[in-house]
Design a protein around this ligand. Structure first.
Ligand code: 4AD
Ligand code: MG
Length: 474
């Protein structure tokens, strides 16, 4: 359907051709002598209007009431100019086959249904306009991501999902459990095979074939190993966080894009993040026009203009210290009081991007080392690290990145200060022992990018099957 609707003259160039359309019935309108069926095949937002009368083969299925919302059908017909004002062309049906009937209990009828309700129907929600459009834009953003990095000479690296190291050092990891007994003995239930302590409690430290293992929170440390061999690399894969937060921008399972640049500093990192974001935004504006118009009308008014600005304008850059000054000067009462050294809360981020800088992305750099991860490079002031966060309106933190500490002595001291076990990071320290280079990178939460690009309010609606505390159905 997309080939026709988005083809020359919105399909008029193909009038007279015999075509087959397969898809799912959205609506049915019966008039005295003809019936109109709106079919959607998911290739685009537009439906194909199929016009059918009693001469068509298979018309008995229409009379028998088998063409209902949600049914799958196969139709063959001739493309003709449409009398209606909504489309240029329609299909005059010669033959129709109902492939799969739809039970009257089909939960997604024409009336607008709430996104909360649709979350309980994650298996059927891709058949709605909103979720179809989100899926196509998400796909375009993923494609544009690979295109951007490939065109700029980055090598895509697969980082592991199961790992023993905690990249962020924040202890927000899910534990991996082996359900196969290591002894090979037969057990009644696989759960019985989980290693236990003397007290009968699960022994997590033994759980991955006798070793501890977790789901990765970030592929950064692995990306660094490849950046110090292949120069510029990136990862793009699922990551996991066991944080018990029920907000509109946190998931327990999310996809992250993590470029790592060798022979690069924080300025190179910020330039890369800016060029990347502008590239993918431009890509969806140019390649997903129909879906973007839909978001502009129904989800967030003005989003297309706003994204056009993002693609064109320079981003604001300021230091953490300046950001704190800005917040202290703001004529505003924040729930979390502001002082140098505090972590920025979402209310602060919103103020900076939405009020102080009128909807523009803002990059904040040089954060206090106390609130950032162990691997960030210490600045000469001894108090801050070469970190950067990119904040965008509504979503808040879209990107978190830094220049990495490439000096062995500094890194070892930092691990000691934070009481992190140097032994588990032995291979990471090796990178500083053998041909260390200045390098920098960032992580972008892919679902937050989808939120930013579509205007969708809740992150649960940007990923096909959201994983949040207590929700892993489907
Ligand atoms: O700021 P974070 O924790 O940074 C890292 O993981 C670094 N190792 C990245 C790097 O330098 N390679 O996470 C990076 C981004 C955040 O800015 C945010 O967009 C996203 O990941 N993110 C989440 N997205 C959805 N749900 C969550 N629970 C997220 N936690 C982080
Ligand atoms: Mg962060």
């Amino acid at each position: 359907v997309a080939d026709i609707k988005h083809g020359p003259d919105e399909g008029l160039g193909r009038v007279g051709q015999t075509l087959v359309v397969t898809g799912w019935v959205r609506t049915l309108r019966v008039q005295s002598s003809v019936t109109f069926i709106e079919v959607n095949d998911g290739s685009c937002l537009s439906n194909m209007q199929c016009v059918i009368d009693s001469d068509a083969e298979g018309y008995d299925q229409v009379e028998a009431g088998l063409i209902t919302t949600g049914a799958s059908i196969w139709v063959q017909g001739t493309l003709v100019p449409s009398q209606g004002s909504k489309q240029k062309v329609e299909l005059k049906v010669k033959k129709i086959v109902v492939v799969g009937k739809s039970d009257p209990s089909y939960p997604i009828q024409k009336k607008r249904v709430s996104r909360e309700f649709l979350r309980t129907k994650a298996h059927l929600r891709p058949r709605t306009n909103t979720f179809g459009a989100v899926a196509r834009v998400r796909n375009a953003l993923a494609f544009a991501t690979h295109k951007f990095f490939q065109e700029n000479g980055f090598v895509w690296v697969s980082s592991p999902i199961i790992t023993a190291s905690d990249c962020e050092g924040a202890g927000e990891q899910f534990c991996v459990t082996t359900l196969i007994p290591s002894s090979g003995e037969v057990v009644d239930s696989p759960v019985d095979a989980v290693p236990k302590t003397k007290d009968g409690l699960i022994d997590w430290s033994q759980d991955f074939f006798g070793k501890p293992a977790f789901l990765t929170v970030s592929g950064q440390l692995n990306a660094e190993t490849y950046a110090t061999a292949l120069s510029d690399v990136y990862t793009f894969g699922p990551t996991f966080r066991a944080e018990n937060s029920n907000t509109s921008r946190h998931l327990a399972e999310f996809w992250m894009i993590e470029p790592e640049l060798a022979f690069a500093d924080l300025n190179d990192d910020m330039a890369c993040a800016t060029a990347y974001l502008q590239y993918v935004v431009r890509y969806v504006l140019e390649n997903c026009k129909e879906d973007m118009d839909f978001f502009n009308t129904w989800i967030e008014k003005g989003i297309v203009d706003r994204l056009n600005d993002v693609a064109e304008k320079e981003f604001v850059q300021l230091t953490y210290t300046d950001a704190i000054e800005l917040l202290l000067r703001a004529n505003k009462k924040f729930e979390f009081p502001v002082k140098w050294g505090c972590d920025l809360q979402s209310e602060h981020e919103r103020y900076i991007t939405e009020e102080a800088y009128g909807g523009c992305p803002v990059i904040i750099r040089d954060y206090p080392k106390e609130i950032k991860a162990f691997y960030m490079r210490q600045n000469d002031d001894g108090k801050t690290v070469a970190a950067m966060d990119m904040l965008v309106p509504r979503v808040g933190e879209l990107i978190g990145g830094s220049q990495r500490e490439e000096r062995l002595e500094y890194l070892e001291t930092r691990l000691d200060d934070l009481k992190l076990d140097k032994d588990t990071y032995w291979w990471y320290l090796d990178l500083r022992r053998y041909g260390s280079v200045p390098h920098a990178g960032f992580g972008l939460g892919f679902e937050r990018l989808v939120q930013f690009a579509t205007g969708i309010e809740n992150i649960r609606d940007t990923i096909p099957f959201p994983r949040t505390p207590g929700s892993a159905e489907f």
